[in-house]
Design a binder for this molecule. Sequence first.
Ligand SMILES: [Fe+2]
Ligand SMILES: [Fe+2]
Length: 268
Amino acid sequence: MTSQQLIENENKETEQDSLTSQTIDSEVALDTGNNSFSSASWLAYFQTNKMARVDIHFPGEIAVPQAVRTPLLKSLQRFQIGETGEGKHLKKYASTINDSAYEECIDLFIKEEQFHARVLAQMIQTMDGNLLSWHWSEFAFVILRRMLGLKTEIFILLIAEIIGKCFYKVCSDNLEDRLLSAAFSLIVLDEIGHLEFHCSFMSKQMLQFPLWVRRAVNFCWSALFFAACTVFIADHRGTLKALNVSPQAFLEDCIKTFQRAAVRTLSI
Ligand SMILES: [Fe+2]
Ligand SMILES: [Fe+2]
């Protein structure tokens, strides 16, 4: 699968949902009808994405009004830390799968996240902001991810991917600066791929468990997701307000994306 196919898939579903073709509505990229996972296909996807990637350079000044800039900077600083990691734990867990193509996928996935971190860093510095070296939300997220094995790590990671995708989409849709908006759109497209990649992998992993176990996992995962969403919205409400997005609308978008991911991942 390539980014183009993800976009085409998205456009097809988007038409069904009567949304505009310009809208990046990433959850529609989750193909609920296909439970197969091929690490070789995903490796080809990540390699194609890497070859097609263009570096983003911002001019000296980004046209963002001060009322938006202050809360936006605060949000981007936190996301920038989250996108920065080396993914040592994830790589270590991935090595237990005994699938070298999957390990390469994880490596390229982490490199895409690091690319996002560099883009966000540029945005922050162009808006005269500083990069953070630590934030409690990232610390809590890392601790949660490392509590158990690979599956737990990816379940927690998916929560962050879903919230991140929805937040970047809000930025892409509502920021007037065209370059900034386009950069967020590119990140959203990458996040669509990440969601599909992790959901597809987990779908195969979880099929070995009986339905009642998958339902129990869904219950716990949903509870954690709602808790994470609530904390996120409280923490980033200033940015959402500055971008004219209500907490309810943002929460609804997150829930819609999560529900599709849950159906896809747990076959429930
Ligand atoms: Fe990212
Ligand atoms: Fe991601």
